[in-house]
Design a protein around this ligand. Structure first.
Ligand code: RP5
Length: 162
């Protein structure tokens, strides 16, 4: 079985720059991932094939990023038992509110854990995915504990403003 535990799907290659921080964060946690560009609207059959086969390939969490009418995470969530994290990509037309609402407002029974529009979203999606993997892997969970401590230490070290 592959050591890639996270599947990252994005709706277009134009989403890649926004997604670099997600991949970087997974690299920092040394969690293997696979990246695919597929669209809920332009390649729906390929999306469903990928998401329905992900679990049997050893994937633990799926991260799906899309902008505009951002149905990618929802379509993926419809066809896998794996947890799906949705990233609403910032758009030029509506600032990403379009992406946010179409990612987060899922019908009852088909959740998508949706992170923020903008810089924090892709990074937080990676951290959340690692936290989920950490539930069944103590060494991965320890990395999250260490990360949070280092983050808190940094804030405390910078907390005194002259
Ligand atoms: C979405 O439409 C993609 O996720 C992207 O954010 C947006 C624009 O895609 P392109 O027209 O740049 O391919 O499906």
């Amino acid at each position: 079985m592959s050591n890639k535990q996270v599947l990252i799907v994005m709706g277009s290659r134009s989403d890649l720059p926004a997604m670099e921080s997600c991949m970087k964060q997974l690299d920092e946690f040394e969690i293997g991932y696979e990246v695919r560009v597929l669209s809920a609207h332009r390649t729906p059959q390929a999306v469903l094939k990928l998401s329905s086969e992900a679990k049997d390939r050893g994937i633990k969490v799926i991260i799906a990023a899309a902008g505009g009418a951002a149905h990618l995470a929802g379509v993926i969530a419809s066809s896998t038992p794996l947890p799906v994290i949705g990233i609403p990509i910032q758009t030029s037309a509506l600032g990403g509110m379009d992406s946010l609402l179409s990612t987060v407002q899922m019908p009852s029974g088909v959740p998508v854990a949706t992170v923020a529009i903008g810089k924090a979203g892709p990074k937080n999606a990676a951290i959340l995915a690692v936290q989920m993997i950490g539930l069944a892997d103590a060494s991965v969970q320890q990395k999250i504990i260490d990360f949070k401590k280092a983050q808190a230490d940094k804030v405390l070290a910078d907390s005194v403003v002259e």
